[in-house]
Design a protein around this ligand. Structure first.
Ligand SMILES: Cc1cc2nc3c(=O)[nH]c(=O)nc-3n(C[C@H](O)[C@H](O)[C@H](O)COP(=O)(O)OP(=O)(O)OC[C@H]3O[C@@H](n4cnc5c(N)ncnc54)[C@H](O)[C@@H]3O)c2cc1C
Length: 435
């Protein structure tokens, strides 16, 4: 191993991948870890995981990720994580209007759930809307043409609370946190050595230099600003998120419902009992924010730029509610935002050293909108890279960027998503465009 357990290690980003890494490194005896986070709080408002809930489902089109999620789910049931994991089930359907692509994807997910020996006993086929109603009586809408399956092995995690729990645990274990103006990282600093370029640490936006032996960049949708070598291999992308504010009685009536997902309409979760908020996400091809000079998409710098959802997505969320919980279909949508993540064209993560840095910069990226479920175990894969000095898993290796590569078809080619990606500038409400 190139790095010793007492060497200073800097982790940039106090979101899901950064905190999980701090947790696993500390647990395996690393003693000199500092996390730099640009927000002044954890869970950070810029983190895609600063949220009420994220789906934790084991079925994947790629059995590699199914195996990993089964492992993650068993860790979700251990004392630190268990308060934040809710095994409510995953009701996975398509409506009668769903295009063939959505039906095909649903079939692949179902085949995955039914072929794995651990998930199979938990799968209930839902052959029509009556079956869906039997599986979840609270869904009292028409559910026109709905069919699919319910997988009781799955559920969701309260992601914001899980981040807060791991923050407290790692802080108690000696990890240092630098937040806000002291934690916002401007650049990874490099020096030339006889062996080539090597990072000597980072510079924060307040101008201070912080030395380290290893910089681990876990900056979510903002990764391209700190690791420009990724080029177009990682695309900052966002999806809409909105909530309906329920009464206490409505929240109680929906307690324990499964994560309800129609592939062509989007999904929602059981309401959060603390805030009475029911979260909805319409999915789709997502929104990108391409820099016209470089062709690379970056997450916007301010939260204000993402504090809305486009009209089309609002209509789709209302349609989902009209199908399932019609009493909520015309309610105001609150806490609307675009949530940014780091997308790759094959939906694989990147957990590898940045080439040409003498193994001094490790990047954790490409979460592709499905990384949170791995929160309890993600950091163990980083540990593995440090211990073996290489990424043994080919799927997570560095992806070489080609500067001549065109923007590509971000969204349309991804098997598990419907629709094309649009530019943020095309969908921004007029009032925000003037900011
Ligand atoms: C709408 C939506 C729905 C999703 N649903 C699911 C789901 O159902 N299930 C699931 O498993 N996953 C889901 N995900 C994906 C999940 O949220 C991500 O995989 C996960 O949050 C990725 O973790 P990360 O650490 O890479 O990024 P983040 O959690 O976004 O954290 C990155 C952190 O880096 C910080 N940072 C950035 N730049 C700097 C800088 N220069 N200096 C200091 N700090 C910096 C940010 O402030 C942020 O806190 C969803 C994502 C979105 C957007």
């Amino acid at each position: 191993m190139g790095i010793s357990k007492s060497d200073p290690i800097i982790i940039v980003g106090g979101g899901a991948f950064g905190l999980s890494t701090a947790f696993h490194l500390t647990r395996s005896g690393f003693t000199n870890i500092s996390v730099y986070e640009k927000d002044d709080q954890i869970p950070p408002r810029y983190s895609a995981a600063n949220d009420l809930n994220k789906i934790v489902r084991a079925e994947y089109e790629d059995p590699f990720y199914t195996g990993l999620t089964i492992k993650a789910i068993s860790e979700w049931k251990t004392p630190l994580f268990a308060p934040h994991f809710h095994q409510t089930g995953f009701l996975h359907c398509a409506s009668g209007d769903a295009p063939q692509k959505a039906l095909d994807t649903l079939s692949r997910f179902r085949a995955s759930a039914e072929s794995n020996t651990q998930t199979k006993p938990h799968v209930i086929p839902l052959n029509d809307s009556n079956d869906v109603r039997q599986a979840c009586w609270q869904l009292d809408g028409p559910l026109t043409g709905w069919k699919g399956y319910l997988n009781r092995f799955d559920g969701y995690a309260h992601s914001g609370n899980a981040l807060a729990a791991v923050y407290r645990a790692t802080q108690a274990a000696g990890v240092r946190f630098y937040l806000g103006q002291h934690g916002a990282v401007d650049e990874v600093v490099y020096v030339s050595t006889i062996h080539g370029r090597k990072s000597s640490g980072i510079r924060t936006k307040d101008g201070k230099f912080h030395p380290s032996s290893l910089v681990i960049v876990a900056a979510g949708g903002a990764v391209g600003r700190l690791v420009p070598e990724l080029g177009k291999k990682v695309v900052a992308k966002s999806w809409s998120v909105a909530h309906v504010h329920l009464t206490d009685e409505e929240t109680s009536a929906l307690r324990g419902i499964p994560v309800t997902y129609a592939r062509d309409l989007g999904f929602f979760f059981e309401p959060d009992p603390k805030t009475n908020l029911l979260k909805i996400c319409p999915m789709g091809g997502g929104f990108i924010n391409t820099d016209s000079k470089t062709g690379v998409s970056h997450a916007p710098d301010t939260l204000e730029e993402s504090a809305f959802v486009p009209e089309h997505d609002e209509k789709q969320m209302r349609k989902l509610l009209a199908h399932t919980l019609p009493a909520l279909a015309n309610r105001p949508l609150v806490k609307t935002s675009l949530c940014w993540f780091a997308d790759t064209d094959d939906s694989d993560f990147i957990i590898d050293y940045v080439p040409g840095t003498s193994d001094s910069v490790l990047v954790l990226s490409g979460d592709s909108g499905h990384g949170f479920k791995m929160f309890p175990i993600f950091g163990s894969w980083v540990l593995d890279v440090l211990e073996t000095s290489q990424q043994r898993n080919v799927q997570w290796r560095w992806k070489q960027s080609d500067p001549n590569e065109s923007k590509g078809n971000w969204g349309g080619d991804v098997s598990w998503r419907l629709g094309e990606s649009k530019e943020l500038s095309e969908i921004k409400p007029k009032i925000l465009s003037k900011l």
